[in-house]
Ligand binder design. Structure first.
Ligand code: HEC
Ligand code: HEC
Ligand code: HEC
Length: 204
């Protein structure tokens, strides 16, 4: 009621009346005719207003669908739980090559989203230590899922079958295949039959 009274009084009243009414209600009201003080400039001025990104709000129905879809996705609490669903090799280690072939992981060719993955290079190379049953098949295809040619050629291997002397001892020391196997790829100590393909048994 009070606010209403003030409001109606200030409407259309003279500056004198307005001053009288306002100085009763508020302290420090300048009398009419007082030259207004030069305002202090604010010290810092915010010029750019940060606008939140504007996304159209989806309608309720599509939100509900989204939540339902989310609920149907498997939820994992830890990396160990994720690893548990990946295919394993005969030694029980994650078989990353099969994981790519099953579409469970899709290695990116580059951090640059514009870069296209080159097609896998389907050339197998037989590396023969001369001990029957121990020949090695080096599969280019599986390696080119993850690596570019220049990760191996020509620094680790010259591009010519048989031109790179290798041995198990060197591999265990981290040379040749051991530059990656035992570090970022399955370990030599447990992966014998994956390289020595005939060690897997009569059919492997
Ligand atoms: C990452 C692939 C890879 C794995 C895993 C691997 N080898 Fe080898 N192995 C090779 C290559 C390559 C050679 C060298 C072939 C040559 O002489 O040119 C080799 C050579 C050998 C040789 C020949 C003699 C020598 O010492 O060079 C034997 C025996 C052998 N490996 C046994 C094994 C056994 C047993 C395991 C498992 C404990 C194993 N390899 C795991 C790739 C592998
Ligand atoms: C993980 C390592 C690695 C990668 C990646 C790789 N290579 Fe190789 N490449 C090898 C090895 C090991 C050999 C056999 C060397 C030996 O026998 O001494 C080889 C041999 C070759 C040879 C010789 C074949 C012959 O018959 O003489 C060519 C050609 C070749 N690679 C091309 C490529 C191309 C093209 C790419 C990329 C698409 C590529 N490589 C990626 C490891 C690799
Ligand atoms: C520059 C790194 C690198 C080098 C060098 C390398 N590899 Fe690999 N290799 C990989 C990666 C990465 C994988 C996929 C991950 C895994 O299987 O653990 C792989 C996978 C493989 C596989 C599994 C293929 C399949 O289909 O399951 C074989 C067999 C193999 N490598 C043999 C070799 C042999 C033999 C050599 C040496 C002549 C070699 N690799 C050298 C990185 C390398």
């Amino acid at each position: 009621m009070f606010a209403l009274a003030v409001g109606s009084m200030s409407l259309g009243c003279s500056t004198e009346t307005r001053y009288r009414v306002f100085s009763v209600i508020f302290d420090g009201v300048p009398p009419p005719g007082t030259p207004s003080k030069p305002r202090r400039r604010p010290v810092a001025v915010m010029t750019a207003r940060v606008e939140p990104p504007v996304a159209p709000l989806p309608d309720l129905e599509s939100l509900e669908e989204l939540v339902e879809e989310e609920d149907q996705q498997p939820h994992y609490e830890s990396f160990a739980e994720i690893l548990a669903v990946f295919p394993k090799d005969a030694q029980g280690n994650v078989d990353w090559v099969e994981a790519v072939e099953l579409g469970m992981v899709a290695p990116r060719p580059s951090l640059d989203p514009e870069v296209q993955a080159p097609p896998p290079f389907p050339v197998d190379i037989k590396i023969d230590p001369g001990i029957p049953g121990f020949e090695v098949i080096f599969p280019h295809a599986a390696h080119t899922y993850w690596l570019g040619c220049n990760n191996c050629h020509q620094e680790i291997f010259v591009m010519k079958a048989g031109a790179n002397p290798m041995s198990m001892a060197k591999i265990f020391e981290g040379e040749a295949c051991g530059r990656c196997h035992g570090k970022v790829a399955f370990a030599p100590a447990t992966g014998c039959p994956r390289c020595h393909v005939r060690l897997g048994g009569p059919t492997g």
